[in-house]
Design a protein around this ligand. Sequence first.
Ligand code: PHE
Ligand code: ZN
Length: 873
Amino acid sequence: MSDTALEPVRLVDYRVPAFLIDTVHLDIGLDRTQTRIVATLAIRRNPASEERGPLKLDGDSLLFVEAWLDGVPLQTRDCIALPQSFTLHHVPEGSFTLTIETRLDPSANTQLMGLYRSNSAYCTQCEAEGFRRITYFLDRPDVLSVYTTRIEASFQEAPALLANGNKIEDGVLNHGRHFAVWHDPFPKPSYLFAMVAGDLAVVRDSFVTASGRHVRLEIYVEHGKESRCTYAMDALKRSMRWDEQVFGREYDLDIFMIVAVSDFNMGAMENKGLNVFNDKYVLALPETATDLDYANIEAIIAHEYFHNWTGNRITCRDWFQLCLKEGLTVFRDQEFSSDQRSRPVKRINDVKTLRSQQFSEDGGPLAHPVRPEIYNEINNFYTATVYEKGAEVVRMLKTLIGDEAFGKGMDLYFERHDGEAVTIEDFIACFADASGRDLSQFMLWYRQSGTPEIRAEGVWDESGGTYALTLSQILPATPGQPQKQPMLFPIRLGLVGVKGDLPIRLDGEHFDGLVALTEPQQSFLFSDVGEKPVPSLLRGFSAPVKLAVDLDEEALLTLLRADSDPFNRWQAAQSYALKLLLRLVKDSATPIDPRFVEAISGILARGGDDPAFAALSLALPSEADIAREIGSDVDPQAIYGARTKLRSTLGSHLGAELLRTIEMMSIDGPYSPQARDAGRRSLRNVALELACANGSKAALAVAQAQFDNANNMTDEMAALNTLALSGTAAGEQALQGFRERYGSDPLVVDKWMSVQAMLPHETTLARVKDLMRDSAFSLHNPNRVRALIGAFSANNQTQFNRPNGEGYSFIADIILSIDPKNPQLAARLLVAFKMWRSLEAGRRALAAATLRDIAARPGLSRDVADIVQRSLA
Ligand code: PHE
Ligand code: ZN
């Protein structure tokens, strides 16, 4: 094993902070290599703490210069300043000020945590523990302080000087320098601190809140990119209005700023009043961004804005409570997007993400509860489980107690805890109080990891007109949790007959569509069931579980045709396809069921009614979906073969209908990112891909024409992808032509890289290696690495899992070369191995050998050591 010693942090060890820091004055003298930080902290002992010892502040790789206690220089015998901590031995009674000067080199900061440079700007990233890379501090979310930040820099280098809060002063200094002072009146934890300085363009707008407060809105980007901010600004204003209307939450400062930077480890960051974004989630023009990019921008702008209340005004007591802000805020952004677009389509997409990202995590060695109880490295817990499953838990809560009680619970939460750092227990107590319900069993959703399985069996009694439904819960063992307690599941359901939902009763009463499963096994007796019903279970995906119910093809077709629940109509199509695909994986000679082809043809025929929904129903389960369903001894090549066969069969049987759909879904006039047009494009492009799946010349000609004439990136990318997949000379030409068209636009070149990295061709690994030598590629920029390397390892099942292990060793080498520079990025790439145990024996052995090889390397970062050790455990 590696020599990186991991010292776990445990929830049970939580203690209130021994000291409080009421105010922070930061004086930042910016310089590329020699930035000077002077922090003045007003400190006192925490009356709620019993500890009486010395004051110990956190640091990370800090260079100490000098310190003062109440203005008097501290001598070396008074304190110890190390790179990773600062200790003051004798602490005065009452309040005192501690001033500490440190020096740092932003240009050498490749971790992108703390103060670093992105292109020509200075920026900071402090969540989770980056503030301690700027100055010594009690760098934990339950220490809330009022910040005043003075930034000084060369005017020429950094005309824009930004920090949290409102600007209270600025001015010109000697030697071409200038300064600005920002004050944030809202006490906040250090992880929400931010500062940005640079030569940036700004796009301005304004917003008047419900109570009449005027707010200035500013988006900062590289010069020349101003026109790409229009959509982000629009999404911001819609988010602000929506949070007022739906959650009653108003913005609270005079200014709200967003900065787009090109070097960023994550999507974006909710620093108070100064959100910092990965530029991928701000910049968009029809010619450079796809419909998916637009949807992501809208969702992430909303997400970070919503954090102002769920995260910032009310924050987390400790990092174990991360889902308190993230799960809740994801839930809020999902609701926002549902209201702005199509609710069923949004729900289906969210469930697809949940299943592909979270179920795979929950089913492998990296499984952890929504609220973990132990961690080695907190950066590794910004996971699909904390975010996506965390959002599902909030959604279930709403389903269980109803919209009204949920709304009251949220109001109570904002009222009761504004300005505090709280726990999941505090959050749930608000809903227990608002609804009068005992939510103690519900709390298990935060504590027990793994994806529960719900088994359903039904018996129809024709003569009595009853249907007895038996539901049972199976809770699989997960790392550290061999045994589990029965959980509480909200199950929305209905019984469907040939003509649609049957009006049924439960225990003689009108049935409102919801049951709660609380026991290991429970039966429900429905009456007034006059015809043989098909159960439509887990409507709207009312709980994040695997549903095991034996529905035959006829039953699935009934749901597909007649279910009133759109989610389950979509699910029926997926389940049907999955059944077929599983058979094909086992035996590639299995004939394709004509009823399925007919059903797909029916979806195409009705495509015009709701194109986005039709597109989702036409898209076959992904290779990863099939792999998850198979569960063990997975052979990615066999899965690919099965899926390819089904696609090309559909292409052959439905060629003419697909071409007609493509024709019908074309749009005249200028591009609009709105859901309506996006839906038409998505149907058109799914149809295009299917039509080309059998190599049809006519269909490929349509793809070529679309590639040549598209007026937007969505259609252009779809055509490029289809042509490249065909493996023809035209595909290679299109790739080359695309690159020539967009050569200097990094976000577009990223797309070009991803398309190639995901090709299921034998030559792809060699191609990826070539692309790494492309002048547009850099191992230092997270977006570039994710676009090429991440796309290959996470989204190319056959080539990452090459049977000779080349894919694994390639990724391992890259991880090891990135790790010393950017451990977070390296650790995230390593997560590609999360399913290694479910592979067939040959690949499994090769993956294990690769992981062991990584684990044995000396000097691994904590981030990588943690993931590799848990993956192997
Ligand atoms: N808190 C950010 C969000 O979800 C994510 C993030 C975490 C960004 C850590 C940077 C660092 O909105
Ligand atoms: Zn968030």
